[in-house]
Design a protein around this ligand. Structure first.
Ligand SMILES: *Cc1c(COP(=O)(O)O)cnc(C)c1O
Length: 417
């Protein structure tokens, strides 16, 4: 007979991990950031030797990491998406397909580029369902943004094949999957452009920051113009043939670039630790019939900071999550009543209500738009089903073998309860 007092959690020791990114701040970060102060060059286009700029060095690193011909450092992941979309010639009248599960910034970037987001289902990988993408194509579809959510690579073979068949531009949102790959190719290097974020919640951080990578000269030239309101004055366009047009100011500061540079040198080491941790845990729970592991389109390319599994119902997921917490394992559920998580399309109120900064002129009511996209909170039932039944455990590069064993034991005990 057991009573409440007999209850002994699998794990009684606490967990004291910080964020994946800032946990790694060390001497390299200090050295590079302080170096910027010593150089007295905080603006990337100051001074004559552009190769001494930290932003330039960061771009060089991302060209090397992705194999892309061009990289453009910007001030945020959202800015990277907007610059890439405008660089690709997306604008009024165009539809851009986005997944129902991504940060609202993906859809916002489409709207800022004056195009119309079309929302499609994710599957049990929690990334874009390639069939739903194909079914949503209209004569106005100009681009698609597959989002490698929670570090998991999208089903890029199917997405690329469909996009190529319909002449649709693919822009990868790599904000949550820096360091990931798909069938050996770095994420961000598969579509026409790839967009990264260095915001604090991402794998590595500069506080704020972003990057566009592409092989496309025209896309790069136009993104470059758009990211700098004073572009023509820095004479960077000399080597490109694109005529200037008004841009915003998305330039990256040298301080952010220095921090992003120090952090980016850590990516591969962090990811290889995370992969070992996730592989060990999934091997320890893969046989349990009570739970279903998230499907990963390419496990070797998973950044591996997120473990997701599904229970048969919404209620069972909450129950499992609560019991697991009692066993001392921090975990979460994704679609929670009462919390309007802006990663879930049904909470993108300004999109669903077709609201812009001005009511007179939005991407939906503008003269160029001939389509008729419709939104509703229940338009993606598969997405809501997967998200509602998901239990998540955040993994950390500092987890020890003992930590992994505790997670395995607690999941097994909870599944057996
Ligand atoms: C964080 C994030 C963005 C936006 O990046 P910011 O740097 O915050 O502008 C875009 N897409 C996804 C999937 C994200 O997670």
């Amino acid at each position: 007979m057991s009573t409440e007092d007999d209850f002994k959690p699998v794990r009684s020791k606490g967990w004291s991990f910080g964020l994946l990114s800032t946990e790694e701040f060390g001497e390299e970060e200090k050295e590079l950031v302080l170096g910027v102060l010593d150089k007295k060059r905080v603006f990337r286009f100051y001074g004559s030797d552009k190769e001494q700029s930290e932003a330039y060095k960061l771009e060089k690193l991302y060209r090397e990491r992705t194999g892309a011909k061009h990289a453009l450092a910007v001030n945020a992941g959202t800015s990277a998406l907007v610059a890439a979309l405008i660089g690709a010639g997306i604008g009024p009248g165009d539809e851009v397909i986005v997944p129902a599960y991504t940060y609202i910034a993906t859809a916002a970037a489409v709207l800022i580029a004056r195009a119309v987001p079309v929302i499609v289902e994710v599957d049990d990988s929690l990334t874009m369902n390639p069939q739903s993408f194909e079914a949503a194509i209209t004569p106005y579809t100009k681009a698609v943004i597959p989002v490698h959510m929670r570090g998991v690579p999208c089903r890029m073979d199917e997405i690329m094949e469909t996009a190529e068949r319909h002449g649709i531009i693919v822009i990868e949102d790599v904000a949550q999957a820096n360091g990931g790959s798909y069938k050996g190719k770095p994420l961000g290097s598969i579509g026409r452009a790839g967009c990264f974020s260095f915001q604090q919640f991402k794998l590595i951080t500069a506080g704020e920051g972003g990057m566009v990578v592409t092989n496309d000269d025209k896309l790069y030239g136009r993104s470059n113009i758009y990211h700098d309101s004073a572009f023509v004055y820095w004479d960077m366009n000399a080597e490109h043939l694109e005529p200037p047009f008004p841009g915003e100011n998305y330039r990256m500061s040298e301080l952010n670039a220095a921090l992003a540079l120090a952090q980016s040198q850590r990516i591969d080491a962090i990811v290889s630790k995370l992969r070992r941790i996730k592989t060990a845990i999934t091997a320890g729970i893969g046989d349990l019939p009570q739970i279903r592991l998230q499907s990963i389109p390419d496990p070797q390319g998973d950044v591996s900071y997120s473990l997701v599994f599904y229970l048969p119902t919404y209620e069972r997921a909450r129950q499992f999550s609560g019991l697991l917490a009692r066993e001392g394992i921090p975990n979460g559920t994704i679609d929670n009543k009462g919390f309007a998580d802006r990663h879930i399309y049904k909470n993108w109120t300004y999109v669903l209500e077709k609201r812009g900064a001005s009511e007179q002129d939005t991407p939906w009511n503008c003269r160029s738009y001939k389509g008729n996209v419709q939104y509703s909170p229940d338009m993606c039932p598969q997405t809501l089903d997967w998200l509602g039944r998901a239990v998540t455990i955040g993994l950390h590069q500092r987890m020890t073998e003992e930590d992994c064993d505790d997670v395995i034991k607690a999941i097994r005990k909870t599944a057996g309860a």
